[in-house]
Design a protein around this ligand. Structure first.
Ligand code: FAD
Length: 354
């Protein structure tokens, strides 16, 4: 049997590393298990041209600022390189590739089954992100559609769409950015539930973070934030989206009604042939490994207070979104949540085991 460790962190992206950074300053022994062959979490697998929304100095994990980027915003590869160096700099104990298949209770411990070995831990921090749980809404007739249907998590670059008729579905940043580059090589239609809302040209993702912070603090003080005050828009006008606006392609239409085998049928009944659909429709939460603990609810989330699971002592979840701590799904936001998580884990172990 493998020795029991105090903590196993599942996942090896930015959320896991931020927790590991704080745990290494404690007396706890811990391991990070990541199913990817290299450092970088989901940034390794996003589309090639993706950049951050904010400059490097506003996109850093605790302890060490992201090095200044070549362009205004760090590229995807600059982020993965930062995460790799971060791991090395702090000698974080990451094992990869190790996929955690299930986490079950074994008395006071957790039994962590992986594709490599079985581990035992006093506490578990789940930091598996959202990328492995792409969300695609259902439309009637979808199964009959014979064209290509691709989620943005599998989209890499525009060239395979050259000369094709492509629907881009989704009115967020992913939709706008994928549309911006696919529209250069293909005939595109942008489908959004509501009219897209854009941030002013001269601000970037920092504003989204500031808005979220202001809303969070207003709510903490018991206030009911005025949406008009905080909702400036959500699409950041990164250079590719600005350029797409210049070309006049940022025109969205409401959703179609259903699919037929060669395309879609619009609300008013007209049929349109389509070669491919790119779904920029977001993600759920990659929590299949927690099934055995019976904590995942109908929303696909776990009931938490901050990052602590309410129904399973010794389990924490981080990085999935607002329900696992304020701004915990961002590079700059996860540090604060990670510090508090590490503090709680340490207290739990000294109260229950030492
Ligand atoms: P991930 O990066 O997904 O890491 C989780 C890791 O766990 C992965 O390596 C995964 O393979 C692994 N894993 C999953 N399941 C298992 C398992 N069972 N066993 C072992 N390992 C497992 N944030 C910003 O701060 N600024 C931005 O500008 C920004 N832009 C974004 C743009 C896009 C298009 C997207 C999708 C996100 C963006 N984000 C941005 C959000 C955020 O930074 C990312 O979602 C971030 O990757 C979340 O980090 P994470 O560590 O929680 O998850």
């Amino acid at each position: 049997m493998n020795p029991t460790v105090d903590t196993i962190i599942i996942g090896g992206g930015q959320s896991a590393l931020a927790c590991a950074y704080y745990l290494r300053r404690s007396s706890l022994d811990f391991l990070v298990l990541d199913d990817q062959p290299e450092a970088g979490g989901s940034w390794r697998r996003c589309w090639d041209s993706l950049t951050l929304f904010s400059p490097a100095e506003f996109s850093s994990l605790p302890g060490w600022l992201m090095p200044k980027s070549k362009g205004k915003y760090p590229s995807r590869l600059e982020v993965t390189s930062y995460l790799k160096q971060y791991e090395q700099r702090y000698k974080l104990p990451v094992r990869r590739p190790v996929k955690v298949e299930s986490v079950c209770r074994k008395g006071q411990l957790f039994e962590v089954q992986t594709d490599e070995a079985t581990y035992y831990a006093r506490t578990v921090i789940s930091a598996t992100g959202t990328f492995q749980k792409p969300y695609i809404p259902h439309y009637p007739g979808q199964e009959t559609f014979q064209g290509l249907s691709l989620h943005s998590s599998a989209y890499q670059y525009p060239q395979p769409f050259t000369g094709k008729r492509v629907l881009i579905v989704g009115g967020g940043n992913s939709g706008a950015q994928v549309l911006a580059e696919v529209s250069k090589v293909a005939q595109t239609t942008w489908v959004t539930l509501e009219a897209p809302s854009y941030l002013p040209d001269d601000v970037d993702g920092r504003v989204l973070f500031d808005q979220a912070s202001a809303r969070y603090y207003a709510m903490q003080k018991g206030g009911q934030p005025d949406p008009a005050q905080y909702n400036l828009g959500n699409i950041v006008m990164v250079p590719s989206v600005l350029e797409a606006r210049e070309r006049g392609v940022l025109k969205a239409v409401p959703p179609f009604e259903k699919f037929y085998e060669h395309g879609v049928v619009w609300q008013e009944g007209t049929k349109e042939a389509v070669d491919a659909i790119v779904w920029c429709t977001g993600f759920g939460y990659a929590l299949a490994h927690l099934e055995c603990l019976q904590v995942v609810n109908e929303k696909g989330q776990v009931a938490t207070e901050g990052t602590r699971a309410l129904e399973q002592p010794g389990l924490w979840l981080i990085g999935y979104g607002g329900w696992t701590g304020f701004a915990s799904a961002t590079l700059i936001g996860v540090g604060r949540t990670a510090r508090e998580t590490a503090r709680q884990v340490e207290n739990f172990i000294s109260a229950e085991f030492k």
